[in-house]
Design a binder for this molecule. Structure first.
Ligand SMILES: Cc1cc2nc3c(=O)[nH]c(=O)nc-3n(C[C@H](O)[C@H](O)[C@H](O)COP(=O)(O)O)c2cc1C
Length: 416
């Protein structure tokens, strides 16, 4: 019987354990988590979501305070068109986070950064270019293009000296999205080095409809993409993601031609994960009925989360003057409309509730939007419960090695 460790992810001459820990913004997939994956010979991700605030927290900068001071005058204005990011701040925070992470890297694995196109930041092209460019300059091993079609993303960095050496990958949820990506980026004469196929059971935002995600399955989409690449004689590693919960789940994909797997949910309860300890207990406690896919994200993508996420129903004032990562090219975010509608309906209320959309920047930043994968309800089976009712937090190494060596769908419990 095969184990994940019987396979290797190959990038040219480099061979890696075929386990990739997916990017989890905002700083849920921390540098510490990514570093463990790399130390153990796999691939870890940091995330480039909201790096100015991540940098303030980690490296004692004051990007958020500075931005808020600059735009304070606009807080009560629902038009956020003037609330622009300082490109220098984005560059500096990206450089800080990436270079500090890369300096700490040990072992034979790699560290990639997850870069979401949906973070349009009130100037989509300009801000995305800075994020990608600076990550390359600061020495990242690879960039995973996420949450968007990224039809113009390669072009933004084609003049960077590392463009042809760094690993570049794309996350897709359909063959159609992949074909579109390949067609639109063909002009740069550079193929992606890997393709992550994300199915409907993943955490975070989903590349499927709110009402039809359950009709799709990861195996079918993955096999379709593997077949297409074979037919086109394109030798690009395919990496399925979403609901791969045990080593045996992973082996099944590797035997069918996947080059590696991308996993995340199991690592949300790792010591090195950025989620606060009390939130990790909520993830452990969740039953299947406690998890939903809803439309509260203002990005327009459905998102899976725990139903008791504090973000749901929260009617906080839009935090765009401090954050504003989801403002589109016209300085607009759907949450602003929802918030204003509720304020207009209850002008006397001290505290209002908003259920249809959420202020995702503020809540993700504060770990109040508890996004999670479909199988979060199985996390309790991956650890021990103490007499005080608390579940034992795991080390990333324990989870990683469980994926790497387990057979028979078994999950190794940690030492008590
Ligand atoms: C808490 C959490 C946050 C996530 N955030 C992101 C993100 O910021 N960007 C992204 O591309 N994917 C994100 N994902 C998706 C993961 O990177 C990964 O592809 C997926 O969850 C794998 O499925 P699994 O969680 O069932 O193992 C997130 C997943 C989780 C569980």
């Amino acid at each position: 019987m095969k184990r994940v460790d019987d396979f290797r992810l190959k990038f040219g001459k480099q061979e890696l354990v075929p386990i990739m820990i997916g990017g989890m913004g905002v700083d849920i997939s921390t540098a510490e988590l990514a570093l463990e994956a790399a130390r153990l010979g796999g691939v870890g991700h940091i995330s480039d979501a909201m790096l100015p605030t991540v940098s303030d927290r980690r490296y004692d900068t004051d990007f958020v305070k500075t931005k808020l001071q600059q735009y304070k005058y606009n807080i009560d204005n629902s038009n956020k068109a003037e609330v622009k990011f300082d490109l220098g701040h984005i560059a500096e925070s990206t450089r800080l986070h990436v270079s500090k992470t890369m300096e700490a890297k040990r072992g034979s694995g790699m560290i990639f950064i997850n870069c979401m196109e949906k973070l349009t930041m009130n100037a989509p092209k300009e801000t995305l270019k800075v994020r990608l460019w600076e990550a390359l300059s600061a020495g990242i091993d690879g960039i995973t293009l996420a949450a968007g079609l990224h039809l113009g993303s390669f072009a933004l960095i084609e003049d960077h000296p590392r463009f042809r050496d760094v690993k570049l990958g794309i996350i897709v949820s359909s063959l159609r999205a992949l074909q579109l990506f390949l067609r639109k980026n063909a002009r740069t004469h550079r193929l992606p080095d890997y393709i992550v196929v994300e199915g409907p059971l993943a955490g975070g935002h989903l590349g499927f409809g709110l009402d039809d995600w359950m009709k799709y399955d990861l195996r079918t989409i993955t096999n379709e993409i593997i077949q297409y690449l074979r037919d086109e004689k394109l030798d690009i590693p395919v990496i399925p993601a979403g609901g791969i919960f045990t080593g045996s789940d992973a082996v099944a994909f590797l035997e069918e031609g996947a080059a590696a797997v991308q996993v995340a949910t199991r690592f949300t309860v790792a010591e090195e994960c950025g989620l606060p300890a009390d939130v990790q207990q909520e993830y452990f406690k969740a039953s299947e009925n406690d998890i939903e896919v809803n439309a509260t994200s203002p990005t327009g993508y459905p998102m899976r989360m725990l139903k008791n996420s504090p973000s749901i129903g929260s009617g906080i004032r839009p935090g765009c003057e401090s954050y504003g990562y989801l403002l589109d090219a016209n300085g607009h975010c759907d949450y602003i409309d929802s918030y204003n509608r509720e304020v207009a309906l209850q002008p006397e209320a001290k505290k209002i509730q908003v259920f249809d959309k959420t202020c995702l920047c503020t809540h993700m930043r504060n770990f109040k939007c508890w996004t999670c994968g479909h199988y979060t309800y199985r996390l309790k089976d991956t650890t021990r419960k103490a007499t005080d009712g608390k579940y034992q937090i795991l080390t990333a190494e324990h989870i990683f090695k469980d994926y790497q060596y387990s057979t028979d769908n078994k999950i190794a419990l940690p030492d008590a």
